[in-house]
Ligand binder design. Structure first.
Ligand code: NAD
Ligand code: TYD
Length: 355
């Protein structure tokens, strides 16, 4: 059996592929465009593993995706591919519209063509799982209940609006064409292989290199943090047992203001890698101009996933953040390549498959 994963050279997709190949005996076809966020170094350990087939390509390339589907005949497609950084979406929304909306549309059409042609039993078993975000629900006030699956979509950034549009397309392809889809809406992830444009890896790496730790606005914005491997286990569970056409919110019950997250990272670094001059990492904290339209609070109510599918996260924020910091300290080669840009030389060209 085979699954097709898109965006599997990115942060969450990469963790998903690595975990999947340990836990299952199925092959993974990994389709990734290798944008700045795609990093083949993350998949280094899979060299020579014939159950991992890397394909350099775009989810928006309908012909390529159709060829891959008819060649590999996957039983499921899991869509991680996206432009994912809110700040980039503010500076240049075009790529977000192109990949997250038009790309998802083309992917859905290629998958629909493949699924239509399957034998009845294969059709029944097939799944399209779309990986999405809690940011589609907009922002919460301090006393609001966390987002559940019935919350209205009220996206505020070009990123979240493009993800919201993709969720609507996925929903429509189920209702109109019967495509067997599942959607997950997850809170902020953190963990190994996270590109250092996002808060947690940026703070760890800036702290270690003596740079400032930029806090947007007053630093009291709240995010609900989930260790990436817990997100991956939730996706596996939804793929296995999720009800067709349903959406599942995924979260770790770990709401934290940004400033507290940054202080926690600094305190752990003070302990694990004390500075030679005796100063504290938190001395590097700098308050900077706020992000335009900055959502104040995200929080996920993950009770549906727990109640219906029995999923719970394995990590608390305290255990997960320690693991994450230890990983960055222990994986200096990955860090060096990502910070120098060397990872973009696509050293893994031999992964590529000729069609
Ligand atoms: P990422 O930016 O680290 O990785 C995205 C990957 O997709 C990269 O490898 C990139 O090369 C690839 N890609 C981009 N455009 C593509 C295209 N047109 N065709 C094929 N591949 C393409 O993102 P991530 O943090 O791993 O997020 C993965 C998914 O999870 C996204 O859909 C994101 O919206 C969602 N999500 C992320 C978070 C989070 O906290 N990071 C939380 C909830 C949901
Ligand atoms: P980020 O990791 O970009 O995720 P998202 O915007 O999808 O939640 O940012 C997490 C929070 O941290 C968000 O409130 C913005 C804030 N932030 C900073 O304060 N400083 C930074 O340098 C970055 C990248 C983010």
């Amino acid at each position: 059996m085979t699954i097709l994963v898109s965006g599997g050279a990115g942060f969450i997709g990469g963790n998903f592929v690595l975990d999947w190949l340990v836990q299952h005996d199925e092959t993974v076809v990994n389709l990734d465009k290798l944008t700045y966020a795609g990093n083949l170094d993350t998949l280094q350990g899979l060299r020579g593993n014939n159950r991992h087939v890397f394909v350099h390509g775009d989810i928006g390339d309908r012909e390529l995706v159709s060829d891959l589907l008819s060649m590999h005949r996957p039983r499921a497609v899991i869509n991680f591919a996206a432009e994912s950084h809110v700040d980039r979406s503010i500076h240049g929304p075009g790529d977000f519209i192109q990949t997250n909306i038009v790309g998802t549309f083309n992917l859905l059409e290629a998958v629909r063509g493949y699924w239509d042609g399957l034998a009845e039993d294969e059709k029944q078993g097939f799944r399209f799982l779309h990986v999405s975000t809690d940011e589609v629900y907009g922002t919460l006030s301090k006393d609001d209940a966390p987002f559940n699956e019935l919350n209205r979509y009220e996206p505020n950034s070009p990123y979240s609006a493009s993800k919201a549009a993709s969720d609507h397309l996925v929903r429509a392809w189920h209702h109109t064409y019967g495509l067997p889809v599942l959607t997950t809406n997850c809170s902020n992830n953190y963990g190994p292989y996270h590109f250092p444009e996002k808060l947690i890896p940026l703070v760890i790496l800036n702290a270690l290199s003596g740079k400032s730790l930029p806090i947007y606005g007053d630093g009291q914005q709240i995010r609900d943090w989930l260790y990436v491997r817990d997100h991956c286990s939730a996706i596996r569970r939804v793929l296995e047992a999720g009800k067709l056409g349903e959406t599942y919110n995924v979260g770790g019950w770990n709401e934290k203001p940004n400033l507290e997250v940054v202080h926690t990272i600094c305190a752990i670094l003070d302990e694990l890698r004390p500075k030679a001059d005796g100063s504290r990492y938190s001395d590097q904290i700098t308050f900077v101009r706020d992000r335009p339209g900055h959502d104040r609070r995200y929080a996920i109510d993950a009770r549906k996933l727990e109640r219906e599918l029995g999923w719970r996260p394995a990590e608390t924020f305290e255990t997960g953040i320690r693991k994450t910091i230890a990983w960055y300290l222990d994986n200096q080669d990955w860090v060096r390549n990502v910070t120098s840009g060397a990872y973009r030389e696509w050293v893994g060209k031999q992964y590529e498959v000729e069609l």
